[in-house]
Design a binder for this molecule. Structure first.
Ligand code: FS2
Ligand code: SF4
Length: 540
């Protein structure tokens, strides 16, 4: 086994025996084989694209299949054979369509790959098609992995958007082209830099679709206080990122005496008008994904995992945890087709909270629409010298040491600065009382990692208001990464020409020194140092 796609990879170089995340070698091989099967499909779909045709169901399948290989999504080997076989079935359809359109297909074994009949056979095939061992040129291989991991993030966003009916074939067209090209070994560094920048642009489109999907279905988030304690009663905890799963669960539990709590990246859901309208959508419980093992063990109700990020469940709460959608863990009950009756039954059988606990509130709901509504006040405060600087402190959380940098950074940021935040890294400081500047809260929660589009829109609007570029704004990006959505977002920021990003807690293992030099020279990207040093360097 070899996997180095996420930040917590073993020894900072690669997981070789078993994943630090809990991924077993057979699952790692099956995931690589699924990507290979999607590459064969992509070769044919790209040829069909070039004749001006495509198939929406194939696009949706590829988004979901690729998303299944993202870190902390599906650990269940038994779920992968069907996906691999489906990719091959769709590849054959696309091959036939290409032939009927007179499109020529390149000669590549991926177009003829035949999946083995059982899991051990598929695992062996997967080992022969490991993502990390395709290109003899280490720097090309590094960029190739950057692009493939970025595509995993793009696929995640596109899958979320497609679930709510928002699609743009341009996203799938890019994925087909790039996955097809990743089979080749004749492309040079410049070609891969171009594919990486276009991955960032495809991700911008996917995030724009997702923003339109979420706000179209549930309204624009508005500033909303969310209790972080609990109240007496039966309860269900929802984690992950999927808004439709939450809505379906809210509908199914209405009037049943069950309160719904969010965990991790579901926190921002409290800001959406159509979701917060449910009276039993009570509050938020716990912090980021890596704390599940402690926090889930203490939750007295059922737990529903949507999308990423699932952590190996402890035996103590295994009977309480349910997966849905693309998520899987062997032994955890998987519920499909938006039928959450088993989750509700379990919640009713469990004790629920036996008391009321007031732990205060946190404020969510500062998506681009809400921030634009106070843009006038923000601009005036900057012009009057009341706001000196904005920091976007956002990105993933994770278990490795070094992430307290972000807490300390926010604590040490001077009182005349504003912190914009998004994604699960915020749980390091989300409950800090940072006060306000003339009524503008100093800590503005933009939303999930899935809402990075909102942060980009806010930065562009500020740049427009001050008649300058984003790089000239009094704004610094202090980012943390863990998994492949963060890779996709980083590529988007780079593709928009955004410079001087500080990235931590460590740099990706799949980036070679030459690729890093390229990033430093062209984008002035830098690793985080200490909060004091970085604040001094930024504020002067
Ligand atoms: Fe957290 Fe990062 Fe879970 Fe997001 S680990 S912010 O991209 O997917 O959340
Ligand atoms: Fe290791 Fe991360 Fe891969 Fe899991 S996803 S096997 S932790 S590199």
């Amino acid at each position: 086994m070899f996997c180095n796609q996420c930040e917590q990879t073993a020894k900072g170089t690669g997981c070789t025996q078993i994943g630090v995340c809990g991924k077993q070698p057979d699952v790692a091989a099956l995931q690589d084989l699924l990507i290979y099967a999607c590459q064969g499909l992509s070769v044919a779909a790209h040829a069909v694209d070039q004749k001006g045709q495509h198939d929406e169901a194939t696009d949706d399948f590829v988004y979901a299949a690729v998303f299944s290989t993202l870190t902390n999504v599906n650990f269940d080997a038994g779920r992968f054979p069907a996906l691999i076989n489906k990719a091959v079935e769709l590849r054959e359809c696309m091959k036939a369509r290409a032939a009927s359109l007179g499109a020529s297909l390149p000669a590549t074994p991926a177009l003829a790959f035949a999946p083995a009949a059982d899991i051990p056979g598929l695992v062996k095939q997967g080992e022969e098609h490991a993502i990390n061992a395709v290109d003899p040129n280490a720097d090309v291989q590094s960029l190739k992995q950057t692009v493939i991991y970025g595509i995993k993030g793009v696929a995640a966003y596109a899958d979320h958007a497609a679930i709510l009916g928002k699609r743009d074939h341009a996203v799938a067209a890019y994925i087909y082209e790039a996955l097809a090209k990743a089979l080749r070994t004749d492309l040079d560094l410049a070609a891969w830099v171009d594919l990486a920048m276009r991955c960032g642009q495809a991700n911008l489109k996917a995030m724009e679709l997702l923003d339109a999907a979420n706000t179209g279905a549930y309204g624009h988030p508005t500033p909303t206080p969310v209790p972080i304690g609990h109240r007496k009663g039966k309860c269900i905890l929802v984690s992950g990122h999927d808004l439709r799963d939450l809505e379906t669960l809210l509908q199914a539990t209405e009037g049943k005496g069950i309160d719904i709590y969010t965990h991790g990246e579901m926190l921002p859901c409290h800001g959406y008008p159509k979701l917060k309208a449910y009276k039993h959508f009570f509050g938020h419980y716990g912090t980021a994904w890596q704390n599940q093992i402690k926090e889930f063990a203490e939750f007295p109700g059922a737990i529903l995992m949507t999308t990423n990020c699932i952590q190996k469940p402890a035996a103590s709460y295994m009977p309480n945890i349910f997966t849905t959608g693309l998520v899987g863990w062997p032994g955890a009950v998987h519920v499909g087709n938006q039928d959450f009756s088993a989750v509700i039954e379990r919640a009713l059988a469990l004790p629920g909270f036996t008391d009321d606990l007031d732990k205060g509130e946190v404020l969510v709901g500062f998506g681009h629409n809400a921030v634009m509504n106070v843009a006038g006040a923000v601009i005036d405060a900057v012009k009057a010298g009341k706001i000196r600087h904005f920091f976007l402190v956002g990105g993933c959380d994770g278990a490795k040491p070094g992430r307290n940098y972000y807490t300390e950074f926010v604590e040490k940021a001077p009182a005349d600065t504003v912190i914009l935040t998004l994604a699960c890294g915020k749980f390091r400081f989300f409950d800090k009382k940072l006060g306000d500047i003339g009524g503008i809260p100093r800590l503005l929660d933009i939303g999930q990692c899935n809402d990075a589009y909102s942060a980009i829109q806010i930065a562009l609007a500020l740049a427009g208001a001050f008649n300058c570029g984003v790089n000239e704004l009094p704004l610094s990006l202090i980012l943390s990464w863990y998994e492949q959505k963060a890779v996709a977002i980083l590529l988007t920021l780079l593709s928009l020409g955004i410079k001087d990003i500080r990235l931590g807690p460590s740099l990706p293992a799949f980036v070679t020194p030459n690729v890093l030099n390229f990033l430093v020279e062209n984008f002035n990207i830098k690793p985080i140092s200490t909060p004091d040093e970085d604040l001094k360097a930024i504020l002067g």
